[in-house]
Design a binder for this molecule. Structure first.
Ligand code: AMP
Ligand code: MG
Length: 353
């Protein structure tokens, strides 16, 4: 059986739709909203996205307005399946296809030469476009039902914490979004890895849900842009999303460590802060701290930590924390994406205040 959007071929196997049979009517209604130029927040395996028809410049303009996002930061285009790639990209290198085959559907965004159907607003005027096929079945069902690729940045106001639940989206965007498709908490918890695959070699633009080690196992050495010296990064819009302050809770985040007895040393002391919180690892000393408004016990494995990270930061905001102490992360390359998000959430070592 085939469920077709009028005049369009279905691009995703019907199982994507029938697996969500109970939500079929809801997905059709939201797809209609998207085709009419509306904004629909939807779950992906990374974070919730704020979706709009990627081929409709007016709808895309509404995404920027809803987020308060500067026009210089491009949006990621979400596809239901790899077969939609030629709609939004003009050239698919062998490198790109290998990466797509290995990691799609999944948390990897590929930057490729854009097709003319993609409005300037999506790419911030760049001649490349960021694309991915998300792994969340509701996301793919929604994109397939809409029949068009969806431009979807994270569904949060610019520079604020990315949403990993529908409640985060509603709290931060309210009626700036026309509808929210609720798929429960997201699985990966941090954004996709962004790789420029428009050239000969893969270049890492943003660490994320797929680790560099995983990428390198498929395509060999992945290049890293340096902050200075790399001509490609001179223009601010060529390194979008690399901007410093990005995933910020209201609290000032201070990195702390344990003393020789395994107790966290909160330094400098919370002092006058009306509310303060802790984000520490499970294990180690778990003595409660008097006065902590939030005490997050984070999983010790990177997958579990990433999944919890943004929810933990949202809880600091909800409790009105002005200061939060974050236990130093374990060492190791697999922590790169989590460390990147915490750094851009403002985490600083105590001595730098
Ligand atoms: P998000 O902030 O979750 O909406 O993710 C959007 C990010 O994807 C941007 O901030 C960039 O890091 C990246 N991106 C999207 N399109 C491009 C592009 N054409 N070139 C480079 N990076 C891109
Ligand atoms: Mg974002």
């Amino acid at each position: 059986m085939s469920r077709r959007v009028a005049g369009r071929e279905p691009v995703v196997s019907d199982s994507v739709m029938t697996d969500h049979g109970e939500r079929y009517a809801e997905i059709q209604r939201l797809a209609e909203l998207l085709r009419a130029g509306g904004l629909v927040a939807f779950p992906t395996e990374t974070v919730y996205g704020l979706g709009a028809n990627a081929l409709d410049a007016d709808a895309v303009a509404r995404v920027f307005a809803a987020k308060g996002r500067p026009a210089t930061v491009p949006l990621i285009v979400h596809l239901a399946a790899v077969e939609q790639l030629p709609i939004v990209t003009s050239r698919q290198s062998e490198l790109a296809l290998r990466l797509a085959q290995a990691f799609w559907p999944g948390p990897l965004t590929l930057v490729l030469p854009r097709a003319s159907a993609v409005p300037d607003a999506v790419t911030a005027g760049l001649d490349t476009v960021g694309v991915r096929v998300p792994a969340h079945p509701l996301a793919r069902a929604l994109i397939a039902a809409a029949g068009v690729p969806l431009a979807a940045p994270s569904a949060n106001p610019f520079t604020r914490i990315s949403p990993t639940t529908a409640a985060h989206v509603r709290r931060q965007l309210g009626d700036r979004v026309d509808a929210v498709l609720d798929g429960g908490p997201t699985e990966v918890g941090i954004e996709s890895t962004v790789v420029d695959a428009s050239g000969e070699r893969a270049v890492l633009l943003r660490p994320g849900g797929v680790s560099v080690a995983e990428l390198e196992a498929v395509v060999g050495p992945v290049q890293r842009p340096t902050r200075d010296g790399d001509a490609a990064l001179d223009a601010p819009q060529a390194s979008p999303g690399m901007s410093e302050r990005h995933y910020s809770p209201r609290a000032r985040l201070i990195e702390v460590e344990r003393d020789s007895r395994g107790q966290l040393v909160l330094s400098p002391a919370p002092g006058e802060a009306s509310a303060w919180g802790l984000v520490r690892m499970v294990g180690g000393d778990a003595t409660p701290f008097t006065g902590a408004a939030v005490d997050q016990r984070m999983p010790q494995d990177v997958t579990g930590y990433a999944r919890r990270l943004f929810a933990a930061l949202h809880e600091l905001d909800e409790a009105g924390c002005e200061v939060a102490y974050v236990e130093r992360l374990p060492a190791g390359p697999e922590w790169e994406a989590v460390a990147d998000r915490l750094r851009r959430a403002g985490l600083r070592a105590a001595d730098r205040g």
